[in-house]
Design a protein around this ligand. Structure first.
Ligand SMILES: [Zn+2]
Length: 468
């Protein structure tokens, strides 16, 4: 990709070598930058000075000196600290098969790696991102001014821009996968444009990128009619996309873009029902029309129970306009129909009722949305940062609140349950995990502590580990 040479060195390093692993470019870059991570499926490499391993090929190995959370320390009823100690984990074929105290006699026949006391946390999940149309991996480029621009103006901009992005969209998607790895994410859900200017090309390119990373990254795809399902007449293309292995039917602002709320939502749900897929709709509308759309979707799922548990409301800003009894009623409806909500945890005027949703049993997920593209330049790709934002916005600054805030970043997997009993990791859990330079999960959330190593299905996909 032609833009790599124009990047700053810092950006380049953070992209990781997955960007163009195997290319001549990376070969020379890796020779000059020993700290870059390498692809998980490359032969093990060893730095002579530090015994630092950047890939683990053995499916069966020991990871020793791993810090796990043991429980809460209380002062009266109040959680004031998190107790931890060191353990030895045995990993086999992507699973954690044994968890023992650190002083247990090691099995000398197994390859052994030393986590040097770093904290083990569940890997994070980015459940709303657009891997298909990003500037990331290229030169700095701010979005054009958004003030006074409507979503229809943005769609017009996309019609010009998308064809220009397509030639390098595979490489850019791979660059973001490398960024996500470096932040601790191994599982994602990516929206992908299905629009008249790119047809199914964006999807094809995204699938090429994901195929290249199938060993180190798991990603569901949402076919996203960004230019309007009805407005851009892509019903047929969406149905073709369903046959290409995507998992979700996307949707977009049925009133502001399609100008026909019920007709647009009916068309979206019909594709999902016909193809037996789930739904993940972008709903930005904050007008009463947005609330009406949420209520109409709840009613539709009620009437079509095969959709229960399969519908995600992305953004759902309309919920931030509701209060008291009306908000409770809508949240009850979302919970009854087993909706999930994907939120970027917006800051500013809109305060999403995320804790209230969680309390009523609605699964709340978070995601990056844009890393850097024509919509926003502010994404870091860090789900720990989203947990931090959540903690700040909803007043979770104490030890217990900080630990609970991690849930939106990890798909609700937390090391300790509310009573302080360890629930993760457990024997037979997937080895989907990160090593973080923090003393406990509360510190990791509050300080957005650096991720030192990321494991997907037991494979080291980012960072390094000490070979013993
Ligand atoms: Zn989005």
């Amino acid at each position: 990709m032609q833009n790599i040479h124009q990047q700053s060195r810092r950006n380049f390093l953070s992209n990781t070598a997955k960007l163009t692993a195997g290319s001549a470019l990376m070969a020379s870059a890796m020779a000059s930058a020993a700290s870059i991570s390498i692809r998980a499926n490359n032969p093990p490499t060893q730095c002579a000075d530090l015994n630092s391993i950047k890939s683990i090929n053995a499916p069966h190995y020991l990871l020793r000196n791993v810090r796990l959370e043991d429980g809460f320390e209380r002062e009266g009823e109040t959680v004031i600290a998190t107790k931890t100690s060191l353990y030895q984990l045995e990993i086999n074929n992507g699973k954690i098969v044994a968890i023992q105290p650190a002083n247990t006699a090691a099995d000398n026949t197994l390859p052994t790696f030393d986590a040097r006391g770093l904290l083990l946390l569940p890997a994070t999940r980015d459940m709303h991102i657009h891997l298909d149309k990003t500037f990331y991996g290229g030169p700095w480029q701010a979005p054009r001014p958004r003030k006074g621009k409507t979503i229809m103006d943005m769609i017009a901009r996309e019609q010009v821009l998308i064809p220009k992005l397509l030639p390098t969209s595979v490489e850019h998607a791979e660059a973001i996968i490398g960024l996500l790895h470096s932040k601790g994410t191994t599982v994602a859900r990516s929206h992908c444009n299905i629009d008249p200017v790119s047809g199914l090309k964006s999807l094809e390119h995204l699938q090429i990128a994901l195929e290249k990373h199938k060993a180190d990254f798991s990603c569901e795809i949402v076919a996203f009619p960004q230019h309007g399902l009805l407005h851009s007449h892509v019903d047929g293309l969406m149905r073709e996309a369903m046959q290409m292995g995507v998992q979700y039917v996307g949707g977009l602002d049925p009133t502001n873009v399609d100008g026909a709320m019920e007709k647009s939502l009916d068309a979206m749900f019909q594709i999902a029902i016909d193809s037996q897929k789930g739904v993940d709709i972008h709903l930005h509308e904050t007008s009463p029309a947005g609330v009406a759309a949420v209520k109409y979707m709840i009613k539709t799922v009620e009437q079509n129970p095969q959709l229960q548990g399969k519908v995600t409301l992305s953004h759902g800003f309309a919920l931030s306009t509701l209060h008291d009894a009306e908000l409770d009623a809508v949240i009850d409806g979302l919970a009854r129909q087993q909706f999930s909500v994907a939120s970027t945890v917006p800051i500013g005027k809109l305060a999403m009722p995320l804790p209230q949703l969680s309390e009523k049993g609605v699964v709340v997920m978070t995601g990056t949305d844009s890393v850097i593209d024509h919509w926003s330049p502010f994404g870091t790709g860090s789900m720990l940062e989203k947990a931090n934002l959540y903690a700040q916005l909803y007043g979770n600054s104490d030890e217990f609140g900080l630990t609970r805030s991690l849930a939106i970043a990890t798909g609700n997997v937390l090391p300790l349950d509310d009573s302080g009993k360890r629930q993760w990791p457990a024997v037979n859990d997937n080895a989907e995990m990160i090593l973080v330079d923090a003393s406990c999960s509360a510190e990791a959330v509050a300080r957005i502590s650096p991720v030192k190593a990321t494991f997907h299905q037991g494979r080291l996909v980012f960072g390094s580990i000490q070979k013993v």
